[in-house]
Write a protein that binds this ligand. Sequence first.
Ligand SMILES: Cc1cc2nc3c(=O)[nH]c(=O)nc-3n(C[C@H](O)[C@H](O)[C@H](O)COP(=O)(O)O)c2cc1C
Ligand code: SF4
Length: 412
Amino acid sequence: MIQMQPNEQRAFTPLRIGPLTLRNRFIKSATNEGSAKGGTASKRLVQFHEAIAAGGVGMTTVAYCAVAPDGRTFVDQITLDRAQVPHLRVLTEAVHRHNAAASAQITHGGCFTFVPPQDTPRPLSASGGFNKVGIMSGQWRRQAMTSADMERIAGEFVRGAQLAREAGFDAVEIHMGHGYLLSQFLSPLYNRRRDAYGGDVRGRARYPVQVLERVLEAVGKDMAVVCKISVTEGTRGGNSAEDGAEIARLLEAAGAHLLVLSAGLNIESITTMFGSSFPKENRTQVGNPIVALAMLIQQFTEPKNVQFHELYQLENSRKARAATRMPLAYLGGVKSLANVGQLMAEGFDAITLGRVLIHQADFVDALASGRIQTSGCTSCNRCVAMMYTPGGTSCVLGTPGDAVLNATPAAS
Ligand SMILES: Cc1cc2nc3c(=O)[nH]c(=O)nc-3n(C[C@H](O)[C@H](O)[C@H](O)COP(=O)(O)O)c2cc1C
Ligand code: SF4
């Protein structure tokens, strides 16, 4: 390892999160790999995460594992059922061979879905009414969850976490951000309930907190239980950074082992999530006309020409840092060793990385050895459209994923 400033060096020291100790403080953020055709984890998904584990991270996160078929946003996403366990076990064993940990992002899309509902007439959400994503999915209305729905889906999160444990994962990341079901409960834009699960932030957080408590009770002694939240929704009428700090405080009180601090909502504020606008090329790159339409609409509704800058969520995330004492993982625009040092100096406990690891799987080792100081990722966002290509998510500056491996089940 090269000579580093003490703060930079700290990022390479172990971190304890609940029952799990990570070898260092770098975590691969969930980035839909487009590598689960028909819902089955593929050999290419294993290859992708193995390369990232071999490249030095403390933990890699497998994106979007739906806790039920109705919880998928697209058909080609993993559903955590018993049939997936052998495939996911191949992945966790590959990650463990390189002494990294594996986390499964467990989630339910609620009304943010392109999959027709199976158990209910309309997609479920915190409240009923017009469903914005219905412009693309054709499912124009959403349905308010009853207490029976809430009980059933909380049970699905528990079962999903238990299956993840069986598949050898070291952690689960409950997705409470970006506009998926639990985020729909947290958001005043989606949650208009008049019962104990609506109203102020505390009321809106009640159901996500209950889901966390159930998952902690079921697996929290064996696995780290992480929550991913949007610290700000970045749109008028949505949660502000002050609301985000309060949500972080409530999750800390409920016993979450680590929070990953993301931002934005898929429909209303994708630019907040990525810190910059999406290029027009992304639309032509996707084969799926519904997704291409979604991208076109987004181009009209999102702020124009937002320019990327490093650590673009720092100001909002500082509020969550000031409100809590628990382990927090910063996310958004980390590009360099200097960024890492700054985040450690500001009191964040871990560094979450998305695009830089899609660009270069061994980014962490390259920083440690002094081979690079800064990522070559240009933050162009073109990898986002790559998730719909036959080879799966990859950097446009590198080699595309292997389409054959991407269509081959991991355990075959
Ligand atoms: C191709 C791609 C796919 C993504 N898919 C997911 C996802 O499935 N779940 C999720 O929580 N975030 C997803 N994200 C968002 C990232 O986790 C992260 O919030 C974002 O890339 C900003 O971090 P960065 O600046 O380190 O890239 C995705 C990002 C990219 C680039
Ligand atoms: S396509 Fe490559 S360079 Fe562009 S944002 Fe994605 S990883 Fe970075």
